[in-house]
Design a protein around this ligand. Structure first.
Ligand SMILES: Cc1ncc(COP(=O)(O)O)c(C=O)c1O
Length: 398
């Protein structure tokens, strides 16, 4: 039997619950969308039919330098020859933690885990321990494990109606979903739950991210005034709009923050960090501990990624290439009179439309023409001018 895209699509549907271990990776736009990717190189990926795509999904965020990036691969291989995980920490754990304290504005003390959602769950636990308060306000998607309140995002695109399935009402009532830039509802919640809000956890809204200019200072002030912990979810924004994420860009320092996608060019690593007096609760009863927390291959990758960011203009490149691509796409949509726009900051821009089915149709045509897009599409450091020119050509007839 030919092991092509169709074969792998059927195997995934048959053996993997929901067709993929990551909901958003399941290939729904058949037959144009690749059901599997077998190889990536720079800014290009290849499916089981050997078709090439210039890729803007980038693993849904973590690939910031490029696929099969030689310097990062070499760092991983060097560490692989010495071991993956031991019964004690590696020197890398201290080294990379120290690097984070230099680049992340709030990071006095650092811990590593594997996924973004897990690290945010850790921040919520620490916030409750530190403040001895119960309620949590959540803005944006914070990972499946934190999808607890009515109306919470089940994934970056879909919202739950009512209490999410699998969550008890009692637990759900302690979590409150608030929309981006909705200062009024935040104020109301502080009125309703006077003295009992442990934390605000906030992930930026990509479409209206510039409103962070006033919204982040508002959140900083209200949390400070009410003695709540302010937690930034920098899982998408960190290492993209600035090395230190929205905190550096908008110059607002939270109490705790989470970085994940982007810090290790695809290796599974998340980092939560912040004020020492809060972080110290990890060993003061609010235990957070994982066998794989300080796994060495991911830390070796992360150390190399940070070094590359520090010696090369990665962030500038993401802004420049994003501007070039999304500017050209907006002009194309205008010319063709399509109800699609790309909005937000170029390193994490989002496709916006009033007609979702047409946007999906456009993505289908893009796949057919060898371009792999996603609602939030990312450029990486390996997308060079000529690649973007090629993309614009490939998309001109879509
Ligand atoms: C803003 C944001 N926060 C949290 C998460 C969850 O991270 P992870 O999937 O690594 O648990 C995601 C993942 O898409 C995200 O985009």
């Amino acid at each position: 039997m030919k092991k092509d895209n169709k074969y792998w699509f059927n195997q995934l549907e048959k053996y993997v619950a929901g067709g993929s271990s990551t909901g958003s990776k399941r290939a729904t736009l058949q037959p144009e969308e690749p059901s599997v990717i077998v190889k990536g190189e720079g800014c290009r990926v290849y499916d089981a039919n050997k078709k090439e795509y210039i890729d803007f999904r980038n693993g849904l965020g973590p690939i910031t330098l490029g696929y099969n990036y030689k310097e990062v691969n070499s760092a991983i291989k060097r560490q692989l020859n010495k071991g993956i995980v031991y019964g004690h920490p590696t020197p890398l754990e201290a080294e990379v933690a120290k690097m984070f304290t230099k680049i992340i504005p709030c990071a006095e003390s650092v811990r590593f885990l594997k996924t973004g959602g897990e690290a945010l769950a850790a921040c919520i636990k620490l916030s409750r321990a530190y403040t001895n308060k119960k309620h949590v306000i959540q803005i944006g998607y914070n990972g499946w494990i934190n999808t607890l309140s009515e109306g919470a995002k089940l994934n970056p695109r879909d919202e739950s109606t009512g209490v999410p399935l699998g969550i008890t009402e009692e637990l759900s009532q302690l979590h409150h979903t608030v929309s981006w830039n909705d200062e009024q509802t935040v104020k109301q919640l502080y009125e309703t739950y006077k003295g009992d809000i442990a934390a605000i956890v906030v992930a930026a809204d990509y479409e209206e991210i510039e409103k962070g200019q006033t919204f982040y200072p508002f959140l900083r002030n209200i949390t400070k005034k009410n003695k709540s912990v302010l937690v930034f979810d920098e899982i998408v924004t960190g290492f993209r709009i600035a090395l230190g994420g929205v905190s550096e860009y908008f110059n607002v320092v939270p109490d705790l923050t989470v970085f994940a996608k982007g810090i290790a060019n695809g290796m599974p690593l998340s980092c939560f960090c912040g004020k020492k007096e809060i972080m110290n609760f990890v060993t003061k009863g609010a235990t957070i501990s994982s066998t794989y927390g300080g796994e060495a291959l991911s830390l070796a990758a992360c150390k190399q990624v940070i070094k590359i960011y520090q010696k090369e203009p990665v962030i500038n490149h993401l802004w420049e290439m994003g501007e070039k691509l999304f500017g050209a796409l907006n002009r194309l949509f205008e010319e063709k009179n399509y109800d699609i726009q790309v909005k937000g900051f170029p390193p994490c821009a989002i496709f916006v439309t009033r007609d979702q089915s047409f946007l999906q149709e456009f993505f289908k045509r893009a796949y057919a023409n060898g371009v792999s897009l996603y609602n939030v599409s990312y450029v990486n450091y390996s997308h060079k001018e000529k690649d973007i020119d090629e993309v614009i050509k490939r998309l001109s007839d879509c």
